[in-house]
Design a protein around this ligand. Sequence first.
Ligand SMILES: Cc1ncc(C[n+]2csc(CCOP(=O)(O)OP(=O)(O)O)c2C)c(N)n1
Ligand SMILES: [Mg+2]
Length: 600
Amino acid sequence: MFRTLNILNKISRNCRFKSTGAEIVYHSLLEHNVREAFIYSGGSIMPLIDQFYNGPINYFINTHEQNSGHAATGYAKSTNKTGVVITTSGPGATNLITPALDSQNDSTPLVMITGQVGLKNMGTDAFQEAPSTEITKAFTKASILVKDIMDIKGTMDYAFKLANDGKKGVVHIDLPKCVSTNILEGEHSNIYEEEINIIINKNKLIKKLKTQKLYLISEAINKSIKPIMILGQGSLGNKKKLLEVIEKNNIPFTTTIHAKGIINDNHPLSLSWLGMHGHAGANYLVQEADCIIAVGSRFDDRTTGNPDLYSPNATKKKQIIHVDIDKNQFNKSINSHINLNSSAKDFLEDILPVLTYNNRKEWTNKVKDFKEKYKFRYRIPEDNKINTPMAINSINEFTKNLENVKISTGVGNHQMMTYQFINGNYEKKIFSSGSLGVMGAGLPYAIGIQIANPNDLVIDIDGDSSFMMTCSDMKTIMEYNLPIKIAIMNDSKQMMVNIWERLFFEERYTATINNKNPNFTALAESFGIKSFKIDNQNTLQEITNKFLSHKGPALCEYVVEPEICLPLVGPGKALDDMIMFEDYHYKKKNMILDKSSVPS
Ligand SMILES: Cc1ncc(C[n+]2csc(CCOP(=O)(O)OP(=O)(O)O)c2C)c(N)n1
Ligand SMILES: [Mg+2]
């Protein structure tokens, strides 16, 4: 701490007396409380990277800029901090596009700083030149090419403010090499002062405008017979107030994947999570509800099914309510009848006093029935073999009563099954790429999560294909001796897509079968990572326990039988038009139904 202050003082002195652009950026990172950053070097960014030499900010190097971006995203998702990723120009910047879009789409605060060729060389197809801000401005909250050293400080302040304002997201700063090596002669400009004031005043204004809408919302909820609250990522951090609201008015709730666990899945009013592979009870009752209250959720198409067929009763009654901090989310996919531009926190505080008690016995009983009736199911394969749900269940057995577990996933069936079979007893327990759905995020996410939460048990539950996309980052685990546990569900398939080929492409299996996979355990050992392998039921729990109790980094290959993930809302179907477990497996004789498949 003392060392940090010293450096801050020294740099602030330097800022007044001839700081370089790179020094100003580094100073600003310290001012914004950045203590960890994910960086990857290269020519144009060297002046800034050089600032990290013996400096107080811990830096981490992944094996690819995409991984650096995902690690910064995992870091930010698992904390209330802003992720910071710094790369060079050209390929360094373009390699960041995928994680930046992932971060933006999942509302994760990320400041990405890229090097750029000198201003005079821009537009000449110079070595390692890319039109970086032109590419990123299509999806970020702001993409700023800093042309003058005077503007660096103001730009950095604005970036951290904007990334965390309202619906959080990505701000990209592109830093030409001449700007980072220039020396500031005069004062910092106040280039974004006005924008920062607008952000501050906008938030005050939003608060004032709400009264009438709140009245309409309370009327709708109070008279509703079958309300459901849909909780999204924007509602995280408000467990206490949420409990008061739902319990006072007996409002059942369901969540998106990101908000799973915000209130324990075991709560009697919980319908678990909803959507394409979500809890069938939640999907059925969202369609039956007469009032939908979506809080901090943007009606992502994975959670609505066919929007034209969405919640017909609530639509008819004009009682679809959308509360979101970002008014641009209103009426994007689902037309809502009452929109409230508010943070979840303010909304819950304001609505609580105007709700009246309502016992809604019939509706809440139905919720309990449906929750039980449609609990997630899986089969037990023959010949003592295991499948992905069984493997995940064994991980759940080990972790379900622990408090500091954080799990990342790849994208695919294993991801959906993780949400199905891991206990949702607290928020921010499972992290995955929800909106962009990018395979390969699991391992670098876990790295960022472990760095941000050094004392937690961090597990990456990955698919064989997802893992292969970024597995070079085992080197990063080895480099920093991060005690991450990698659980690979090896079904030798891109199973999620393979199933779609089975269901919707007349079983023409194309490009979804991994005929050959590497020897995962030998691969892990070559990175100095302890390895385990499980291919049968007898050793499943025992080896899982050993694997997860191992002190350092470890990888376990689960050799799993391919398994379909159900329920499934097919393309173009209404949310309650699902392929159900019982229907799909009816008459299948080679599998035994597991009656006790739901974790408590
Ligand atoms: C970068 C990227 N490319 C393609 C896809 C499309 N996709 C979604 S799931 C999936 C298969 C995933 O396979 P695996 O990681 O083995 O998981 P499994 O479904 O087998 O559990 C594919 C190809 C994607 N989501 N991300
Ligand atoms: Mg697979």
